[in-house]
Design a protein around this ligand. Sequence first.
Ligand SMILES: *[C@@H]1O[C@H](CO)[C@@H](O)[C@H](O)[C@H]1NC(C)=O
Ligand SMILES: *[C@@H]1O[C@H](CO)[C@@H](O)[C@H](O)[C@H]1NC(C)=O
Ligand SMILES: *[C@@H]1O[C@H](CO)[C@@H](O)[C@H](O)[C@H]1NC(C)=O
Ligand SMILES: *[C@@H]1O[C@H](CO)[C@@H](O)[C@H](O)[C@H]1NC(C)=O
Ligand SMILES: *[C@@H]1O[C@H](CO)[C@@H](O)[C@H](O)[C@H]1NC(C)=O
Ligand SMILES: *[C@@H]1O[C@H](CO)[C@@H](O)[C@H](O)[C@H]1NC(C)=O
Ligand SMILES: *[C@@H]1O[C@H](CO)[C@@H](O)[C@H](O)[C@H]1NC(C)=O
Ligand SMILES: *[C@@H]1O[C@H](CO)[C@@H](O)[C@H](O)[C@H]1NC(C)=O
Ligand SMILES: *[C@@H]1O[C@H](CO)[C@@H](O)[C@H](O)[C@H]1NC(C)=O
Length: 464
Amino acid sequence: MKTINGFLLLSTIALAVFQLVQAQSQSGFISLDCGLVPKNTTYTETITNITYISDADYIDSGLTEKISDSYKSQLQQQTWTLRSFPEGQRNCYNFNLKANLKYLIRGTFVYGNYDGLNQIPKFDLHIGPNKWTSVMLEGVANATIYEIIHVLTQDRLQVCLVKTGNTTPFISSLELRLLNNNTYVTQSGSLMSFARIYFPKTAYFLRYYDDLYDRVWVPFSQNETLSLSTNLPIDTSSNPYNVPQNVANSAIIPAKATNPLNIWWDLQNINAPSYVYMHFAEIQNLKANEIREFDITYNGGQVWQSYFRPHNLSITTISSPTALSSSDGFFNFTFTMTKNSTLPPLINALEVYILVENSLLETYQDEVSAMMNIKKTYGLSKKVSWQGDPCSPQIYRWEGVDCLYLDSDQPLITSLNLTTSGLTGTITNDIYNLIQLRELDLSNNDLSGDIPDFLADMKMLTVM
Ligand SMILES: *[C@@H]1O[C@H](CO)[C@@H](O)[C@H](O)[C@H]1NC(C)=O
Ligand SMILES: *[C@@H]1O[C@H](CO)[C@@H](O)[C@H](O)[C@H]1NC(C)=O
Ligand SMILES: *[C@@H]1O[C@H](CO)[C@@H](O)[C@H](O)[C@H]1NC(C)=O
Ligand SMILES: *[C@@H]1O[C@H](CO)[C@@H](O)[C@H](O)[C@H]1NC(C)=O
Ligand SMILES: *[C@@H]1O[C@H](CO)[C@@H](O)[C@H](O)[C@H]1NC(C)=O
Ligand SMILES: *[C@@H]1O[C@H](CO)[C@@H](O)[C@H](O)[C@H]1NC(C)=O
Ligand SMILES: *[C@@H]1O[C@H](CO)[C@@H](O)[C@H](O)[C@H]1NC(C)=O
Ligand SMILES: *[C@@H]1O[C@H](CO)[C@@H](O)[C@H](O)[C@H]1NC(C)=O
Ligand SMILES: *[C@@H]1O[C@H](CO)[C@@H](O)[C@H](O)[C@H]1NC(C)=O
């Protein structure tokens, strides 16, 4: 397990030891085992009990591959196959969901020398038209995980793998988990997971079943602290974050009760704004004359919370409504007991996310839908660039498509050139939904039937 300056990064956890509790339904989950064939295969992974399906219905491109057998035994089944993308700059998964829903999206990557080249690939992940992260793999057979919490802007979600050099992008598994809309609220942008830790006496990675939303919780121990735990049930469900019982029922305090508790991390990524969520519950049965009250400050005296008292056996989550920043990416939180407190500060769990701004807008939803339908109607899945958003970002605009880009407005399609594309059948009325279309070229195809009337109604259309 890798630590960065003593702080564990979520992206490098091993997919091995998970503790399980009682069953929960997997509603709101989409769990894709990429490259799984035949495409109607489904199975329940034995360690997590998560049911995986093939990714085939969510993507038009890529090759299905298998990692080297020698690595399989140390890895969960969803990483045994993968989908690689030797063709095209950008290849995208496409999910039909609902706008405004909030999802935790997790990509898992195990190279496993599937291509025999023994060369670890490097590439980028995009969410819609915006860059999510660069994928950096730790080793040939290490499982690397990236997570992002993202609110859908359309009834469609596109997750793309983008080539950045000579190596071939690939993905082992892609998972979506529907979250409560009232949690992880940002002023703008999406949240990339940096750390999600808790402080158990016995170290276990937790996720689904323990966690209803299948968040991965990494056990963490800190120097100069003591771990507390309780067997009593904690009220976790009246708090929208709904942290797992097994996360809530342990906490750390400073080893020397009069010392402050310090927790620090380094985002490395200088100046990236971040969001921090801290979860607290009193798990000791306080006597009448006992008070646990503390102040939380960070980076030398900036106030985060004052006179805080954790509630008896009930989770309170503290976060700030706006992003935090630090000039060098270093954060150092200090928990100090107040004068009136008789007990040292405590914390049960901590989450840190890096803000990812979604600065590029997607093409209008109706136009994206029209283009997706046109692609399907004419069987154009072989058009290598016809992946993801048709206009955005501009450098990955679909071949034969031109768009209108106005500041602070979504792009619109102005030109569609499908010359010599082997089109057959009639002219589809999806074209009518391209409301700003000025040029349409359908020459050199095998289209039949009359020129439809709707084309005459398209006021902008001047060249055909
Ligand atoms: C990668 O996997 C190898 C072999 O299992 C292991 O020794 C190493 O510590 C792992 N590296 C990281 C960064 O987890
Ligand atoms: C914990 O203590 C050990 C030994 O004193 C030290 O090497 C290590 O750097 C410390 N870790 C952190 C996170 O401070
Ligand atoms: C999967 O599809 C194949 C044919 O494509 C069929 O023979 C097989 O029974 C199907 N399996 C399941 C589990 O549906
Ligand atoms: C997995 O789920 C099945 C049925 O849903 C259950 O019987 C089994 O105990 C679960 N496995 C584990 C390890 O909890
Ligand atoms: C979720 O909350 C946002 C505001 O934070 C709101 O705009 C959106 O419509 C909500 N989505 C749902 C599905 O309720
Ligand atoms: C905390 O809650 C438990 C269970 O409801 C109760 O037995 C205990 O007395 C409470 N402790 C305090 C200090 O209120
Ligand atoms: C964090 O802040 C505390 C209190 O200001 C200080 O004692 C400690 O050395 C700092 N930790 C690091 C790693 O800078
Ligand atoms: C601390 O306790 C004293 C005596 O009970 C009380 O008067 C004072 O208001 C308390 N201070 C705070 C900040 O709660
Ligand atoms: C469509 O593309 C072809 C080949 O790239 C080009 O020759 C033709 O002029 C284009 N049509 C229009 C209307 O621009």
